[in-house]
Design a binder for this molecule. Structure first.
Ligand SMILES: C[S@@+](CC[C@H](N)C(=O)[O-])C[C@H]1O[C@@H](n2cnc3c(N)ncnc32)[C@H](O)[C@@H]1O
Length: 196
């Protein structure tokens, strides 16, 4: 039993909690079974907004059911669309964007997030973040294509302007292929060099 590191998802939720407040807005870029969507909806409350994206009808169906059951229908907008189009569908600045990459647990393991679309979505997501906003990316590398996705994403995040973004990786050194967490915080003030 551990108190600090129950799971990578718990760690992620800890970061999201610090920035997403009642009345805020957030994006769940990989809805899946809807756990992050529901968590975000609970944080933004009745006056907030959560946008969710997934390419699998099954994920959108399951999450729609959960959203209705939890009374979040007026808060959550779900899109059966790739997150690479979030720049089209989300037109307001958001406090947080969360990604949980890889495949849908209990679903088709061949349907996975991919390097190009993930990179597009991360770039758009960073642009959508309000100053002081946070992006959390839970990353898995155990499946085919996972290491390539990691490499592309980390190369991109590594070169972000350090005055505009804080980029942090939380990895678990004694756990083989455990998911790890990338956290990106956007500066509260725009640096003279601008963002992205
Ligand atoms: C690890 S699961 C997400 C788990 C989810 N956060 C939860 O709480 O259950 C990854 C999801 O990403 C979805 N996905 C794959 N490619 C995508 C894309 N281009 N845009 C949006 N979602 C995508 C998959 O369909 C899958 O449901």
């Amino acid at each position: 039993m551990f108190n600090l590191f129950k799971s990578t998802v718990d760690l992620t939720h800890g970061y999201l909690k610090t920035v997403v407040k009642p009345g805020g807005a957030a994006v769940d870029a990989t809805v899946g079974n809807g756990n992050d969507t529901l968590f975000l909806a609970g944080l933004v409350g009745v006056h907030g907004r959560v946008y969710g994206f997934d390419i699998q009808p099954e994920a959108i169906r399951r999450t729609t059911e959960a959203v209705v059951e939890n009374g979040y229908s007026d808060i959550v907008k779900l899109f059966e669309q790739g997150h690479e189009s979030m720049g089209i569908f989300v037109t307001e600045p958001v406090d947080a964007v969360v990604f949980n990459l890889g495949y849908l647990p209990g679903g088709d393991h061949n349907i996975v997030t991919g390097p190009e679309t993930t990179l597009r979505a991360v770039t758009d997501g960073l642009n959508l973040l309000k100053p002081g906003g946070v992006m959390c990316i839970v990353m898995y590398t155990g499946h085919s294509g996972g290491p390539e996705e990691q490499e592309q994403l980390e190369s991109y995040l590594r070169q972000l302007d350090k005055n505009s973004y804080y980029v942090c990786k939380i990895d678990f050194l004694n756990r083989n292929k455990a998911p790890f967490l990338l956290v990106v915080e956007k500066a509260c003030e725009v640096s003279p060099g601008g963002l992205v």
